[in-house]
Write a protein that binds this ligand. Structure first.
Ligand SMILES: N[C@@H](CCC(=O)N[C@@H](CS)C(=O)NCC(=O)O)C(=O)O
Length: 343
């Protein structure tokens, strides 16, 4: 009996730190709802090649689509348990607020107002961007400073619309906004010459340029007139779900930093590096603390890859968008991608 009490006391002593970190503090309805449904619902863009757009076979692809699929891999161990809901600039936040979607993974800029007063949480940045302009080459405009008096097409419900007004006011230049609700109508209006320039995030411009009749007839001006930290968003009030979305992105960035990629992830299970072991769930039990399998991040990297894998596959220099990593590179390479430690 004494021996039994001693054994129980000993195991309790060892169990205590684990229990203290158990998912008790991180429970919320979203994960249970998603699991019961058997599918994650992500709000994505309607059609922004490289970020989120259906391919010729109707399969959704892109950096934002990958992030959504990575969350499904973390939750279900299966990146395909996802339904994509295309959202326009104006619908997207309502779709999230109303519960139509579980998470928004769509070129949404994180701002004070959106974080504080929309009832939504920003859950990290998966693409650091800035707003720019696209113009016809034939216009001989080489700088945004030459846009005085221009007609500029823009989508409402965006930071773009607000920055546009700020920029022209600050530059003491005049412009005529042509505010058109739908993206495809904006592009059609720009192509038809109804506006001298179209403005949005530079990533959006690169994506849109690939879909123009003759991409080479258009140039993206060099100025970036704003900061556009683009990233996933969730509803407020569910810390567990916020953690899952945040840590999915962080795990992809951390995996890249520690050299764990889609091709070597199985080999890396044998790594003696404690960081790699924690990321891949070999030790630490971090998945369980969020109500997930401890192989959550292994599943992400195995099925989707690390952040760099996804970047290069969707928007990198070898893709039609041909984007350099630039500020989206790891902090160890001069960029801003810095995942807080998984420990
Ligand atoms: N990052 C900006 C702009 C995002 C945005 O919605 N951009 C437009 C132009 S690229 C878009 O994605 N439109 C797609 C649609 O409405 O279908 C924001 O969050 O307000």
């Amino acid at each position: 009996m004494k021996k039994l009490i001693a054994t129980l006391a000993l195991s309790a002593a060892f169990a205590a730190p684990v229990l203290a970190q158990a998912p008790g503090g991180l429970r919320g309805p979203t994960l249970d709802t998603i699991k019961a449904r058997g599918q994650l619902i992500c709000g994505v863009n309607t059609a922004l090649p490289g970020f989120s757009a259906p391919d010729a076979q109707g399969v959704w692809r892109g950096l934002d689509v990958d992030l959504c699929k990575a969350i499904a891999a973390a939750v279900f161990g299966d990146a395909n348990k996802v339904r994509f809901v295309p959202t326009t600039s104006q619908q997207r936040f309502v779709a999230l607020q109303s519960g139509e979607i579980d998470v928004l993974t769509r070129n949404a800029t994180q701002t004070f107002a959106r974080d504080v007063s929309l009832g939504l949480h920003e859950a990290g940045v998966n693409f650091y961007d800035g707003q720019g302009f696209i113009v016809r080459k034939a216009s001989n405009i080489a700088s945004a400073r030459q846009l005085d008096g221009a007609t500029v097409c823009v989508q409402p419900g965006t930071t773009t619309e607000l920055n546009l007004a700020d920029y022209f006011r600050a530059q003491k230049m005049k412009f005529t906004p042509v505010v058109i609700e739908r993206l495809e109508e904006n592009i059609a209006a720009y192509q038809a010459g109804r506006c001298d320039a179209y403005t949005t995030d530079a990533s959006g411009l690169a994506a849109i340029r690939t879909s123009l009749a003759v991409p080479g007839d258009h140039i993206i001006l060099p100025e970036r007139i704003s900061k556009e930290p683009l990233g996933p968003m969730v509803r407020k009030g569910d810390d567990q779900w916020l953690a899952i979305v945040k840590w999915t992105l962080r795990a992809m960035i951390e995996a890249e930093e520690y050299g764990v990629n889609q091709a070597n992830v199985d080999e890396m299970l044998k790594s003696t590096d404690p960081v790699v072991q924690r990321v891949l769930g070999v030790q630490g039990g971090f998945g369980a603390m969020m109500g997930l399998d401890n192989k959550w991040a292994y599943n992400i990297v195995k099925q989707i890859g690390n952040y760099g894998d996804s970047f290069e596959r969707n928007v990198g220099v070898k893709t039609p968008l041909a984007l350099e990593r630039g500020i989206n590179d790891l902090w160890t390479k001069g960029g801003l991608m810095y995942a807080i430690p998984l420990r």
